[in-house]
Design a protein around this ligand. Sequence first.
Ligand code: XBP
Ligand code: MG
Length: 253
Amino acid sequence: MLKALIFDVDGTLADTERDGHRPAFNAAFREYGLDWDWDAPLYGQLLAVTGGKERMKYYVERFRPDYVKPAGFDDLVAELHKAKTRHYTRMLAEGGIPLRPGVKRLLTEARGAGLTLAVATTTTPENVIALLRHSLAEDGPDWFAVIAAGDIVPAKKPAPDIYVWALEKLGLTPDQCLAFEDSENGILSSRGAGLPTVVTVNDYTRDHDFSGALAVLSDLGEADAPYQRLDKAEPAEKGVVDLARIRGWMGPG
Ligand code: XBP
Ligand code: MG
């Protein structure tokens, strides 16, 4: 029986990457006098690596052979990442990034029906709290029984560890939960933990491989703007993702 919904954050709850994390990284780079500047297409390539610190190191290795790493490069990356988190959370506090269609509607319905809500994400905990507070509701973080985020597991997505950690905290088995993801790294992680997974794509992830998804959708849909199902040519399914539809997909259990 379905007991909990577990949400990825970046790209799933909100389109945070292109106009949120990316400019926050760039602001941190400027603050530290670096000539690093990540435009939107480059950022799409950098998203191959999850985790901000890991992404900066990947950028240097893959795209900046000219950059001479200083002694204590890992410390510099950690400092840059702190600055980036500060810029990102400030942008959210200034009212930056709305939730994706259908997210608040589904969270509200699930809460009302007594389902447990959780988060499983690679991003830093402060970022999750700021997004939930500023884009969902002042008490948004309290809607979630478990927030699994950031460095609490060393192996980030696509490793299943963050979902396994969330399941342990919830005290639930994978078949009692449904995960929501937006990316290939995300579904590799959730499916690796054995979770049925619904995918809502975005511009960065539309062409990813979502093998094993329960459904691949444009978004969660609103009554006046239904989702489109992308993983099946027919039937041309449309609608809103609500608990009735989820139970239809998952079976009686
Ligand atoms: C999210 C990420 C994160 C964010 C940046 O992936 O990859 O790295 O881009 O967050 P997912 P931090 O949606 O699959 O969890 O800079 O806080 O790491
Ligand atoms: Mg994501």
